[in-house]
Write a protein that binds this ligand. Structure first.
Ligand SMILES: *Cc1c(COP(=O)(O)O)cnc(C)c1O
Length: 322
């Protein structure tokens, strides 16, 4: 299927979600700037409503539904953050939400879902099994699927980050974006390459089971077993039936780099110590890549998306002490 998502769709999304999602701060980082000999800016989506950017895509999708669709309610599968965003937006709009999660989802995320009043369905050891359950519920109960990444409205919603960044920093040269299913980097990539074609877009994944990375190398979506990682929000496949993000990433992402568990931990500790910023593993991969010198030709103005901050406090303290 051809994706016809345009810059105009991203501008429309920005209007649509304005009352639900926050405009997040862009923080200049002198310590990272010194280390990289560039000007580094952090887009703090850890301060977004629900703790991650996922609320942008979920809000754009749900607010685009008809009255009749809203009445039926929404369903999703999620490693936690997307489910939390969907349940938050559904509650705000006043419609029912069902969230399917795998047994791997950390306890703090499960509790956050419960608080938002979503109906939880726990199924299987991985993201793919949870997704199958969600698809079954969609068919059985007529619920509307809010896909975590492979949906034009979700992608356009995530792209609103690029509009905010260009507004604050028109001279942006390069942006580092955490990458899993690719909704975030697709939205940002298509918006940036339309509005400011010279900007380089770099996706960052963890070394442990980077499915999009291997799919790009293979030239088609591939499947891989999940492995435990600090970047738990980057777990999961891109779907063998991927309709949008694989092509968008092929089209709009210039490079994908990978970071190790140790590098991710260093990134999290760095954000905490230098900036008082609490990032989860997935949120820190861009910093990890910068600190490890994995991105060449940075240019002058470097944007890094700190995509989320939902991390167990015990885990963060352990990392900070290491
Ligand atoms: C979902 C998520 C990502 C990855 O986004 P994709 O659209 O799946 O590539 C990155 N960071 C955090 C914190 C997330 O929740």
């Amino acid at each position: 299927m051809q994706s016809n998502i345009t810059l105009q769709d991203v501008f429309s999304a920005q209007q649509r979600i304005a009352s639900v999602a926050r405009q997040t701060p862009l923080l200049s980082s002198s310590s990272l700037s010194e280390r990289t000999a560039a000007d580094v800016y952090l887009k703090l989506e850890n301060l977004q409503e629900t703790g991650t950017f996922k609320v942008r895509g979920a809000a754009n999708k749900i607010l685009s539904l008809s009255e009749e669709q809203r009445a039926r309610g929404v369903v999703t599968a999620s490693t936690g953050n997307h489910g939390r965003a969907v349940s938050f937006v559904a509650k705000k709009v006043g419609i029912p939400a069902v969230v399917c999660i795998s047994e791997r989802v950390p306890q703090n995320k499960v509790e956050a879902l419960r608080r938002n009043g979503a109906e939880l369905v726990v199924e299987g050891h991985g993201q793919d099994e949870a997704a199958e359950r969600a698809a079954a519920l969609q068919a059985e109960r007529g619920l509307i699927m809010v896909h975590p990444f492979d949906d034009p409205d979700v992608i356009a919603g995530q792209g609103t980050i690029a509009l905010e960044m260009l507004n604050a920093l028109p001279e942006l040269d390069i942006i580092l974006v955490p990458l899993s299913g690719g909704g975030l980097v697709s939205g940002i990539g298509l918006a940036l390459k339309s509005a400011a074609p010279g900007v380089r877009v770099v996706g960052v994944s963890m070394e442990r089971a980077p499915v999009m990375y291997h799919s790009l190398q293979a030239g088609h979506p591939v499947q891989m077993p999940e492995e435990d990682t600090l970047a738990d929000s980057l777990l999961g496949g891109i779907g063998l039936e991927n309709q949008y993000t694989f092509r968008l990433v092929q089209q709009f992402v210039d490079d994908v780099v990978l970071v190790s568990e140790e590098e991710i931990a260093r990134g999290m500790a760095f954000l905490l110590r230098e900036h008082n910023v609490v990032a989860e593993g997935a949120g820190a991969v861009g910093i990890a890549a910068l600190l490890a010198g994995k991105v060449s030709n940075l240019g002058r103005k470097v944007g890094v998306v700190v995509s989320g901050g939902n991390v167990d406090v015990e885990r963060l303290l352990k990392i900070a002490h290491a």
